[in-house]
Ligand binder design. Structure first.
Ligand code: HEM
Length: 184
């Protein structure tokens, strides 16, 4: 499998990043919901938020790489059987997924830095609190983080269902080419 995208399918780097990001987004969402219900006496009370933040920062780095990769290797051409509307909706949907991920990550960072503390990444290094002390920073960032995260997982679920519809009902190569197979 080639590293770069071709005009017909995604290359190894795009495929690996796509599925890693999908796994990270759904896992961080589940972890985020679960950890907010933990009590002080749970052994995960401190570990879960620190894991959530560490994976979130790594995801941010991966997303920057993904954006950079989009400039280095062109997206495959749309599948010829897709109508102009499907092409437009798919580009819009992908754009919204990118926007949602960045909004959730940035708001998460702003919750953590509201009181001037940086974000430790697996206790290996720390991202300093560059933005801190804004009015109602923690509350506003918390609301954005919560609602956009919900919107993102629901939308990503619909995006996944659309991919399955292309595969099982339309029987085109939309899903196959994001799995690294299909026409070269
Ligand atoms: C949080 C979960 C997900 C996110 C954030 C996400 C995001 C994206 C984005 C941004 C693209 C555009 C290509 C790119 O920039 O890499 C894309 C393409 C694609 N995704 Fe996802 N995705 C997610 C989950 C899924 C799932 C669960 C499936 C399938 C069941 C799926 C199937 C596909 C397919 C087939 C494409 C290629 C579409 C095309 O060629 O037009 N994605 N995804």
């Amino acid at each position: 499998m080639q590293l770069l995208n071709s005009s017909n399918r995604y290359g190894l780097v795009s495929v690996v990043i796509h599925w890693l990001v999908a796994l990270a987004v759904f896992s961080l969402f589940g972890l985020g919901l679960w950890m907010t219900d933990l009590t002080y006496y749970s052994e995960w009370y401190r570990t879960a938020p620190s894991l959530h933040k560490s994976v979130g920062i790594v995801l941010f780095a991966v997303m920057l790489l993904r954006v950079l990769w989009r400039f280095l290797t062109a997206k495959p051409a749309p599948i010829s059987s897709h109508s102009a509307t499907v092409r437009m909706l798919s580009s819009l949907g992908h754009g919204l997924l990118y926007l949602g991920i960045f909004l959730v990550m940035i708001s998460g960072y702003l919750i953590s830095t509201a009181k001037g503390r940086g974000v430790s990444v697996f206790e290996l290094f720390e991202i300093p609190a560059f933005i801190t002390g804004l009015p109602d920073q923690a509350d506003l960032a918390g609301a954005v983080h919560f609602y956009v995260a919900w919107g993102l997982v629901v939308f990503a679920g619909l995006h996944g269902l659309a991919a399955l519809k292309h595969h099982f009902i339309d029987r085109d190569s939309t899903l196959k080419r994001m799995l690294g197979c299909g026409p070269k």
